[in-house]
Design a protein. Structure first.
Length: 280
């Protein structure tokens, strides 16, 4: 940061690798967005005309039975567009993560349904190019070790991967009320129940939480309390605390029970949250 950067009425404006960083000293906030990069991307897009959309993806979208596209120019366009969208999803647009994850699975064999979903996602981006992340400083005098590190984690049960029957899971991690990490990906195994799918999702989220707790510890900011994992599946929560219904759960790979160890060590604690309030 230096005096060469422009200043707005709201605060200082900086550009870092195409990302806009707006710092408001009075409100003690930092806002991040990729609006300039997104507009440059949209200006280069060749997409059929269509109505504006306000959701990243149709919730019932499936790959379908259409044959894969073989035209080299269309394949290059699909991979290029998804690659650009992946960059936005990983930097300032967590709302794109789920859609980009699903489209990325078909980079080698996109079909007509994939292109429809891709154009739908781009139209969504056209409707809200300025969305981003806002980070607010905690009240002055707050003990850094009392700042909350919490995680919202959720999973589907099958359906996302029609052929492999694997589930999709995702998480949001907040520190001091600000979003610092997010993820949406396909699970590496076939879950045999919704509870198992949620348990596996919580395991991967907990591993990421351990990383952030270690990082905060190196910065002398390690939270005093266990990190709360907000989960909307009571069977998963019970399994993390005590191996109930052992006969139904003994098929779960041993490594996923690492979650129970973290609970016993006081590193994480799973709490119930209604599905309607489940951010993940």
């Amino acid at each position: 940061c230096n005096d060469a950067f422009p200043t707005t009425s709201q605060g200082q404006l900086h550009w870092i690798l195409g990302m806009r960083v707006l710092r408001d000293k009075q409100r003690r906030t930092i806002a991040l967005d990729s609006s300039k990069s997104i507009r440059d991307f949209l200006a280069e897009c060749e997409i059929p005309s269509g109505r504006a959309v306000y959701a990243p993806m149709d919730k019932i979208w499936q790959y379908g039975d259409s044959p894969a596209v073989t035209d080299k120019d269309l394949l290059l366009r699909y991979r290029s567009y998804v690659g650009s969208l992946s960059f936005f999803a990983q930097t300032t647009r967590p709302d794109l993560a789920y859609s980009v994850s699903r489209l990325s699975r078909h980079l080698h064999n996109p079909n007509e349904q994939c292109f429809d979903a891709l154009y739908h996602l781009i139209r969504y981006l056209q409707s809200c190019p300025d969305l981003g992340l806002v980070y607010t400083a905690p009240p002055k005098g707050t003990d850094p070790k009392n700042l909350k590190l919490e995680c919202f984690v959720d999973s589907t049960f099958g359906g996302e991967d029609r052929d492999g029957a694997r589930s999709q899971h995702g998480h949001f991690i907040y520190y001091a009320g600000c979003l610092i990490d997010w993820n949406s990906t396909l699970q590496p195994l076939v879950a045999l129940s919704s509870a198992e799918a949620e348990f596996v999702a919580a395991f991967y989220a907990a591993r990421t939480v351990v990383y952030f707790r270690q990082l905060l510890g190196e910065l002398k900011l390690k939270p005093n309390a266990p990190t709360v994992l907000w989960e909307d599946n009571t069977a998963c929560i019970s399994q993390s605390k005590n191996p109930v219904n052992h006969k139904r759960c003994k098929h779960i790979l041993l490594k996923y029970h690492y979650l129970r160890t973290l609970y016993e060590m006081g590193v994480v604690a799973l709490f119930y949250i209604p599905t309607r309030n489940q951010i993940a």
